[in-house]
Ligand binder design. Structure first.
Ligand code: COA
Length: 169
């Protein structure tokens, strides 16, 4: 397994992985029309090219057997008021292909994420996770995050409640 930073050359691979893992995670528990709207807005070669070339975004890709099977993205910017820690940075996206769940890959990726986040000078890592995503919430608790509040995530036309979690770096 290798973990490396993504570049613009990875846009098509990242777009496909991001779209597929998002659909796989949330399609069964959401309206198809909201899902379609979200996929169209968030994923595609133009969107992921913009992210991969944005100096405020760090994209990490996990490769296994020549395939990209997981990714994470850090994003500098505004944090919600409930994030009290100094110098916050957002863990914006964190997705592992289903066949790799429960096999330790996510732990390796979060270790690299925290190292990269620390290298930016950040002191606090925060994220939003859907209140109805118990596996991810359990994973983040296991990784030292605590629940610090909530914020709204507009999924298509559906305003959903995300738990906000944070941990010191
Ligand atoms: C979230 C994710 C990265 C975690 O990686 P993982 O390899 O599945 O994580 P782990 O198996 O190490 O840990 C998950 C924990 O949740 C537990 N769990 C599994 N299903 C659960 C459920 N329905 N309710 C509560 N806990 C659950 C597991 O038992 C495990 O805890 P344990 O190690 O103490 O037994 C991965 O599941 C994933 O990519 N999911 C889809 C995308 C996603 O939801 N991303 C997060 C967006 S914010």
């Amino acid at each position: 397994m290798t973990i490396r930073r993504g570049t613009a050359a990875d846009a098509a691979v990242l777009a496909a992985l991001a779209r597929d893992t998002f659909f796989d995670t949330f399609a069964a528990t959401n309206e198809a029309t909201d899902m379609a709207l979200h996929l169209e807005r968030a994923y595609g070669v133009p969107q992921q090219t913009a992210e991969l070339t944005d100096p405020g975004v760090v994209t990490l890709l996990v490769e296994e057997g020549g395939l990209v099977v997981a990714y994470a993205q850090l994003r500098r910017g505004h944090a919600p008021d409930c994030v009290q820690g100094a110098e916050p940075i957002e863990l914006w996206r964190f997705y592992v292909n289903r066949e790799w769940h429960g096999r330790g890959l996510a732990q390796a990726l979060i270790a690299r994420v925290t190292a990269e986040a620390g290298d930016t000078g950040a002191q606090t890592l925060w994220l939003g996770v859907w209140e109805r995503n118990p596996r991810a919430r359990a994973f983040y608790l296991k990784c030292g995050f605590t629940d610090v509040g909530e914020h709204v995530f507009l999924f298509g036309t559906d305003p959903q409640t995300d738990r906000v979690m944070a941990r010191p770096l």
